[in-house]
Design a protein around this ligand. Structure first.
Ligand SMILES: Nc1nc2c(ncn2[C@@H]2O[C@H](COP(=O)(O)OP(=O)(O)O)[C@@H](O)[C@H]2O)c(=O)[nH]1
Ligand SMILES: [Mg+2]
Length: 366
């Protein structure tokens, strides 16, 4: 029985692909039932590819989802690194989910059908500047017509990536809790022409709508194989990196303008509690990098008030992640133009940080 069950196990890598803010990370978290990836209303929250592992009981399967940064036109070295993360996720995959935000496309379709009316962009404009929670946020500085053409070409780029793949691709419409059911059909019609999708599945990660069907269809499409991760492991990220991400999430929530995009977090010290400590405490020290003095001033705030808020928000989440009390020390460092520095951007990748840590430990021991 045991051996038979093993040989029937299905497993594989499923890359989650889409434009910024379509809900990739929210879907990953909903599927795993864990906070694997940070989520905010701001675009480009995710910078690295992140694995989230889902165990399915019937039929037995292990699905390794790969969350990726949103596909967008790269402007900086950081953007290029993010696109590289997308490519690397696409290299190891058995199946790809292309996510399309149902709300955004419906808005676009509305605009298209109203081009003859006097002010066709009002609907979009109403949403720009302060995007509705959960809806796709665009660059605020751009006029709407430019934003739309940028959308069109970035969508085309997304679908061009998809057409190069030789694995099954599912079209997943996200955030359907925000649209009427009858608005989905024309959208599905329009998108079906883009690729020969193996399945089309509307979901709401927030309401957990459509997720069971999605998982079932994925398992159907996966090959028989072995587990890639131990049964109880839900992500490939080391604890240190998840902690850095929670701090970055707090920065994204607490600051505005360009500060979230110009910020990076590096854990400098991570001291686990003493074994058998009565009241275990994890001591963490992290550097927040930004690009300019003005950003540093914003991150610190009057009398350190902003940094305190960032720390307090992050600490609560870190405590529930590590399961102990946490002492969190944050400081801000200006690293001019780091997003343009290939070396710095690469040093932020936890896969590179792990190598560096291993090297340092080897040095200490010798
Ligand atoms: N209403 C609604 N909002 C969602 C849903 N999924 C994601 N969002 C929101 O969309 C925004 C972007 O989500 P995120 O997962 O970070 O998108 P990503 O950039 O594609 O990873 C966040 O504000 C989410 O709360 C959903 O199913 N319904
Ligand atoms: Mg994300």
């Amino acid at each position: 029985m045991e051996a038979g069950a093993k040989s029937r196990l299905k497993s594989g890598f499923v890359a989650i692909l889409g434009r910024p803010n379509v809900g990739k990370s929210t879907l990953l978290n909903a599927l795993t039932g864990e906070k694997v990836a940070i989520v905010t209303a701001k675009p480009q929250t995710t910078r690295n590819r992140i694995a989230g592992v889902v165990e399915v009981a019937h039929p037995a399967a292990q699905i390794v989802f790969l969350d990726t940064p949103g596909v967008h036109k790269p402007g900086t070295q950081l953007d290029r690194r993010m696109l590289q993360e997308v490519y690397e996720a696409l290299e190891t995959r058995d199946l790809v989910l292309v996510l399309i935000d149902a709300t955004r496309r419906v808005k676009l379709a509305d605009v298209d059908s109203q081009v003859s009316k006097a002010r066709p962009f009002d609907k979009l404009r109403a949403g720009s500047g302060a995007p509705a929670p959960g809806s796709e946020a665009g660059s605020e500085a751009e006029p709407d017509h430019k934003k739309m053409s940028a959308w069109a070409s970035e969508d085309e780029f997304l679908f061009s990536l998809v057409r190069k793949l030789d694995c099954p691709v599912f079209l997943v419409l996200t955030k359907i809790d925000l649209v009427k059911k009858d608005q989905l059909l024309p959208l599905i019609d329009a998108l079906s022409g883009q690729h020969n999708f193996a399945a089309v599945i509307p979901v709401s990660a927030r309401k957990r709508d459509g997720l069971d069907l999605l998982v079932r269809k994925i398992v159907d499409a996966l090959p028989a194989g072995q587990r890639y991760f131990p049964k109880d492991q839900y992500t490939d990220q080391p604890m240190r990196f998840m902690v850095a991400e929670l701090i970055r999430e707090s920065i994204l929530i607490e600051t505005g303008e360009e500060v979230p995009y110009a910020s990076a977090v590096v854990i400098e010290r991570f001291e686990e509690p003493q074994p058998n400590a009565k009241n275990p405490l994890t001591r963490i020290s992290a550097a927040i990098y930004c690009e300019r003095g003005g950003q540093k001033a914003i991150l610190i705030g009057k009398g350190g008030s902003k940094l305190k808020e960032i720390g307090a928000g992050a600490r609560r989440k870190i405590e529930s992640l590590v399961g102990t009390r946490v002492y969190l020390e944050l400081h801000v460092i200006v690293e001019p133009g780091w997003r343009e520095s290939k070396a710095f951007v690469e040093s932020l990748d936890w896969r590179n940080q792990l190598e560096k840590l291993a090297g340092e430990q080897a040095d200490e021991e010798s």
